[in-house]
Design a protein around this ligand. Structure first.
Ligand SMILES: *Cc1c(COP(=O)(O)O)cnc(C)c1O
Length: 220
């Protein structure tokens, strides 16, 4: 029993019902960045298996021991990725949500060829025109998708602007995905995952609603 997990799962199911979608059409990713293994263990004990981290180095330190005991964990990279960490990211993560520029596409393609491991990828879109958050400009999406045609791209991801209604941004991301024939939609965080689900999210990335507030200095 994990009360916070149960609460989030219940809210996911309710939002799915409202939108006439199956509750299991959306994967809940527990974003465990800045939280120690002791905070992750209760979720593993409650049989939760999808986790997200935003830094390669932090994940490298935390996850190998946890995975030894739970080999069925699915690890998602949700934070910005430097090209020089592409090898490490491909080795460690099962899904990469933050592919956002041609140089990173090249680095990931090379890392995948070298390792033979091909984790599914999302293209991150800078949906609110906030370049500091990463993501490719909406106008650059067609060119980036074409550059990434040799990567296993399964969908689009976004982090909309804080403190404004997220729904229009989610709707735009869903439209872009539809236009490009992509089924995956990684959108929605603790404050807005229900809205994201009603607009078609296939993956929601939830941190604080599951783990409580993060430690200081832990911005995305
Ligand atoms: C931290 C983070 C999340 C989770 O945010 P919460 O508001 O704590 O749910 C989701 N996505 C990304 C990219 C993040 O960095």
């Amino acid at each position: 029993m994990h009360p916070a997990l149960l609460d989030v799962q219940t809210r996911i199911a309710k939002a799915a019902r409202l939108a006439n979608r199956e509750p299991d059409a959306t994967t809940l990713i527990a974003v465990s960045k800045n939280h120690p293994p002791e905070a992750i263990e209760p979720l593993l004990a409650a049989n939760h298996r999808h986790f997200g981290e935003n830094r390669v180095q932090e994940a490298q330190a935390k996850w190998p021991p946890l995975r030894e005991r739970h080999p069925d964990v699915v690890l998602h990279l949700v934070g910005q990725l430097q090209s020089n960490k592409a090898d490490d990211a491909v080795a460690l993560f099962d899904v990469i949500h933050s592919v956002d520029r041609p140089s990173l596409v090249t680095a990931l393609a090379r890392a995948m060829d070298k390792s033979g491991k091909r984790p599914p990828c999302f293209i991150q879109v800078d949906i609110g025109e906030e370049p500091q958050k990463g993501g490719c400009a909406v106008a650059d999406l067609p060119a980036l998708l074409s550059a990434a045609r040799d990567l296993p791209v399964i969908g689009l991801m976004c982090v909309p602007p804080a403190d404004v209604e997220a729904a229009p941004y989610f709707a735009l991301l869903a439209k872009l995905a539809r236009d490009h024939g992509l089924a995956g939609l990684s959108m929605g965080m603790s404050d807005d995952f229900e809205t994201a689900i009603t607009l078609g999210a296939t993956h929601v990335r939830v941190g604080s609603a599951l783990f409580g507030a993060r430690a200081q200095g832990g911005a995305a």
